[in-house]
Design a protein around this ligand. Structure first.
Ligand code: UD1
Ligand code: CA
Length: 434
């Protein structure tokens, strides 16, 4: 743990997202942007502050459910709007203060090392932007010393041509902040107190300013849904490269989606078009084309193609084929090759689930459980009207609707005798085709 305080700015309106969801709660790879940055901040500091204003209570509650020991602050937005206003009136425990933004989901703790190695009053971050529009432009002198930052809306024609931009991460000495924040004004296009004006003020006071070059792909800020999709793309690339380096095979990786919280271990193959959502744990398994796995555990199994494994399924040593949907299904050593719905059930080792099997788990009011033992042979088109309990070594004939518990070793058959009515075709269609 480093001796630094971290403040995460998240009090903006996020207007450019055009959404009622607060900007910092928009998700990247299944996880809110601000959680990504909080996870990294937690690795570095024991004094973490989050500044909020717009949807204060809502965001605070979401964060508090996941994280302990965060100091929340309500920005005095009416009087002091802007990124500089967000820093005002906050008491930090350590001498060094790192400023991060809630809309920067790609930064990792190791990317921030450089910010603590130096002892300037102001350390700021810059990159050469592919498209500088929207970023604060960094005005430098001939010796590459930063003079000031000019925001997009305040920039003149020449300044807009600058492609070195402010990345938006800073480290300040606490004393510098307390001395300089009161000197900020809001004489600019947005009538806001800009954090970026601290740089010009530092130069005025002869305080030392250092600029660190960082990677755009890591430090990009998300202001719009276009940025959101770009950050998602980058995060997915990172997640998938990490997995491949650990030995997971991804076939056509660009077609695969993997949640940031997924754990994939051992010898796994994930084929094209697969979507792994939520907190999944997959080990030594093969997930075939176009399958969806959500919040489930899969061990030593084959899934798909085109299967849907819904939350809280635990699938062990099993084979799940095409068009099989599971939900809260605990399967061990089971084969379910085709077209089935297995919800709220437990199925034991050696059991074969025939095509078209359905657990009827919902009576319109409540969900009920189906328990099926070991080595059961379930004929095609069987329905289990839950709650129902099937003991080991049962055979269920095709087309059976199981409404009662079945004892070990029985054959269950529920069929009307097949009638054959001679000459009916000719009578019905008034002709014979042969
Ligand atoms: C900001 C910088 C810009 C930089 C860019 C990098 C300013 C004035 N501009 O612009 O130089 O290139 O980041 O991504 O700082 N926030 C508050 N309170 C407010 C306003 C904003 O806490 O009153 C928070 C936002 O929630 C956000 C962060 O500060 O997390 C940055 O605000 P945003 O509006 O996204 O600034 P940019 O226009 O991206
Ligand atoms: Ca931003």
């Amino acid at each position: 743990m480093k001796k630094i305080s971290i403040i995460i700015l998240a009090a903006g309106f996020g207007t450019r997202m055009k959404s009622s969801t607060p900007k910092v709660l928009h998700k990247i790879s299944g996880y809110p942007m601000i959680f990504h940055i909080l996870d990294e901040a937690k690795k570095l500091s024991n004094d973490i502050h989050v500044v909020l204003y717009h949807q204060y209570e809502f965001i605070k509650e979401k964060i508090s459910k996941e994280y302990e020991n965060i100091s929340f602050h309500l920005q005095n937005h009416e009087k002091y709007p802007g990124t500089g206003g967000a820093l005002m009136g906050i008491d930090f425990s350590h001498e060094k203060v790192l400023v991060l933004c809630g809309d920067m989901p790609l930064i990792q703790a190791q990317d921030l090392d450089e910010f603590f190695k130096n002892d300037e009053d102001v350390i700021m971050s810059v990159f050469k932007a592919k498209n500088p529009f929207g970023y604060g432009r960094v005005v430098m002198d001939d010796f590459l010393h930063v003079k000031k930052i000019v925001e997009q809306k305040d920039a003149n024609y020449d300044e807009k041509k600058i492609d070195i931009v402010n990345a938006g991460v800073y480290a300040f000495n606490k004393k510098f902040l307390s001395n300089t924040l009161p000197l900020l004004n809001n004489n600019n296009a947005q009538k806001e107190y800009y954090i970026t004006d601290l740089i010009a003020l530092a130069n005025k006071n002869n305080s030392k300013v250092k600029a660190i070059f960082v990677k755009e792909d890591t430090f990009m800020g998300v202001n719009s849904k276009v940025h959101l999709s770009q950050a998602e793309e980058l995060m997915q690339q990172r997640i998938k490269e990490d997995l491949m380096m650990q030995g997971v095979i991804l076939r056509l990786p660009s077609s695969i989606y993997i949640d940031a919280k997924a754990v994939i271990k051992g010898e796994c193959i994930i084929e094209n078009g697969v979507s792994i959502e939520g907190k999944c744990e997959i080990e030594n398994s093969h997930i075939r084309t176009n399958s969806v796995v959500e919040d489930s555990i899969i061990l030593n199994s084959t899934i798909g193609p085109m299967a849907r494994i819904r939350p809280k399924s635990v699938i062990n040593d099993s084979r799940i084929g095409n068009f099989v949907e599971t939900k809260k299904a605990v399967l061990k050593g089971v084969k379910a090759g085709h077209l089935s719905y297995l919800g709220d059930c437990e199925i034991g080792e050696g059991t074969n689930v025939g095509c078209g099997t359905i657990t009827c788990n919902y009576d319109g009011v409540k969900k009920h459980k189906t328990i099926i033992g070991k080595n059961v042979f379930i004929g095609s088109d069987t329905q289990f009207v839950a709650p129902v309990n099937i003991e080991d070594e049962v055979i269920i004939a095709a087309g059976t609707t199981v409404t009662k518990d079945l004892k070990k070793g029985v054959l269950a058959i529920d069929r009307n005798p097949l009638k054959q009515i001679a000459g009916f075709y000719k009578k019905h269609f008034k002709k014979s085709l042969s």
